[in-house]
Design a protein around this ligand. Structure first.
Ligand SMILES: Nc1nc2c(ncn2[C@@H]2O[C@H](COP(=O)(O)OP(=O)(O)O)[C@@H](O)[C@H]2O)c(=O)[nH]1
Ligand SMILES: [Mg+2]
Length: 416
């Protein structure tokens, strides 16, 4: 079980200052205009299909993360941990082996297959010079690189780092196996001071890289066995800030739930999509096919709620994994759950039950953003009720699930 501490940084509101034009907002504005036009023309099916396509496209944007470094430094373990997979899992990248693979191996995220972690052969394993190595691993396809070292970054690492930068790619340095260093120090130092040791390791890595000509390296101290400790949360924030806006949400959803700020960011990503799901329901409601609306809604809602559970780690399997990984009895985790669908398989029956029990209480409590959207996008009166109902329903469930997710993280990881 992990220690009581967490280096969870405060929630940072994503800035749009990063690289290039704001593709997400540009695309969103265009889609909203197209939907408005379709609704003006009373072509609700077209409005629905534009909305559906937008949601599908947004949720399928590819993100490719390359993990490289010399053999044995913990690359494969990091790839597994990032995907929330134990080294012993059958989907895991093999670990603790002499590196023989010469080509990058793809490991898709178990919940978001559009996100792929790539386990690269060490540059020393391939014996290529840095420029050939980059060609060999087909560097163009990666959104960014993570360069791992378990002691210090050596000459090979520095050469590769410079080549990665030269090719215009983002790079973050991870100093792995920090738990190992701290355990060693605890056993051998009379006055053990964790902060001082971490500072020393960080400075040693940064100075080493600078001496080899790498400018302003960002080094993050990580234990892949305890991602919530040390600087993985800070690495998450940095990766997110450095990505272009249209990829940022994709990364956020795929991040392991290692601190409350991750949960909050996921909640915001989910929240930003609610109006489109409500719109889907409204456009269907505007089409005069009796009885059609509620069935379509329920099908959509099942999928959306399942997505929330997977994203927050509140599905049955994630809870079981969390229980065994943190030695927290499953019953104790389940006792933290308040939302009716947390830890369950979401079925149409369950959603209908939830709709019955929650919307009655919420009717009239039109969520602000939701109600602002109705006249803005020109939703007809007949469909507005459907829009408001779904909007309010999803917002309310999302709030409850995010509280459950925070409680689970707090309990299982001992985060304050
Ligand atoms: N204590 C500790 N051991 C680690 C960590 N990361 C990897 N290891 C161990 O280091 C060994 C090599 O890891 P692996 O991921 O196979 O390294 P790779 O060759 O770079 O892919 C394995 O025995 C791992 O269990 C870590 O963060 N902490
Ligand atoms: Mg490996």
């Amino acid at each position: 079980m992990s220690s009581e501490k967490s280096s969870c940084p405060p929630t940072v509101v994503s800035s749009t200052s990063s690289k290039g034009p704001d593709l997400k907002n540009a695309k969103e504005s265009k889609v909203v205009e197209d939907i408005k036009k379709a609704i003006e023309n009373k072509d609700f099916l077209l409005a629905a299909s534009i909305t559906q396509k937008y949601l599908e496209d947004t949720n399928n944007i590819p993100l490719n993360i390359a993990v490289t470094g010399e053999s044995g430094v913990g690359k494969s373990t990091f790839v597994n941990a990032f995907r929330g997979i134990d080294n012993r899992d059958e989907r895991a990248a093999p670990t603790g082996e002499v590196e023989t693979t010469m080509k990058p191996e793809a490991y898709p995220h178990p919940t978001y297959p559009n996100v792929t972690l790539w386990d690269l052969p060490g540059i020393g394993t391939t014996r290529f010079p840095a420029d050939q190595y980059m060609k060999h691993v087909e560097f163009e396809k990666f959104d960014f690189f993570i360069l791992v070292s378990a002691i210090r970054f050596n000459e090979n690492d520095a050469k590769l780092a410079k080549e990665i930068k030269k090719m215009g790619k983002k790079l973050f340095f991870v100093r792995s196996k920090i738990d190992h260093n701290l355990r060693d120090a605890q056993r051998s130092q009379r006055e053990y001071d964790e902060e001082k040791i971490l500072q020393k390791i960080r400075e040693y890595c940064i100075q080493g890289l600078e001496k080899q000509g790498v400018e302003s390296p960002q080094v993050f101290l990580v234990s892949s066995f305890d991602l919530h400790l040390y600087e993985f949360p800070a690495l998450q924030d940095t990766m997110e800030r450095e990505l272009p806006s249209h990829k940022r949400d994709v990364l956020i959803l795929a991040l392991p739930n290692v601190c409350k700020s991750t949960i909050n960011k996921k909640k915001e990503v989910f929240r930003s999509q609610i109006k489109y799901y409500a719109l889907l329901s409204a456009t269907v409601a505007a089409v005069p096919i009796p009885g059609m609306s509620i069935m379509v809604d329920v099908g959509i809602l099942v999928k959306v709620l399942q997505g929330y559970l997977f994203g927050f780690g509140l599905d049955k399997m994630s809870l079981e994994k969390c229980s065994s990984a943190t030695n927290t009895p499953l019953d104790e985790l389940r006792a933290m759950l308040n939302c009716i669908c947390s830890g369950k398989d979401v079925t149409k029956e369950l959603v209908l039950l939830m709709l019955k029990s929650t919307t009655v209480a919420l009717i009239g409590l039109a969520a602000e953003e939701g109600s602002r959207w109705i006249p803005f996008i020109g939703i007809p009166i007949a469909a507005a009720l459907s829009f408001t109902t779904i909007y309010t329903f999803l917002s309310s469930i999302l709030n409850k699930l995010s509280v459950d997710a925070e409680n689970i993280v707090t309990k299982a990881l001992g985060i304050k």
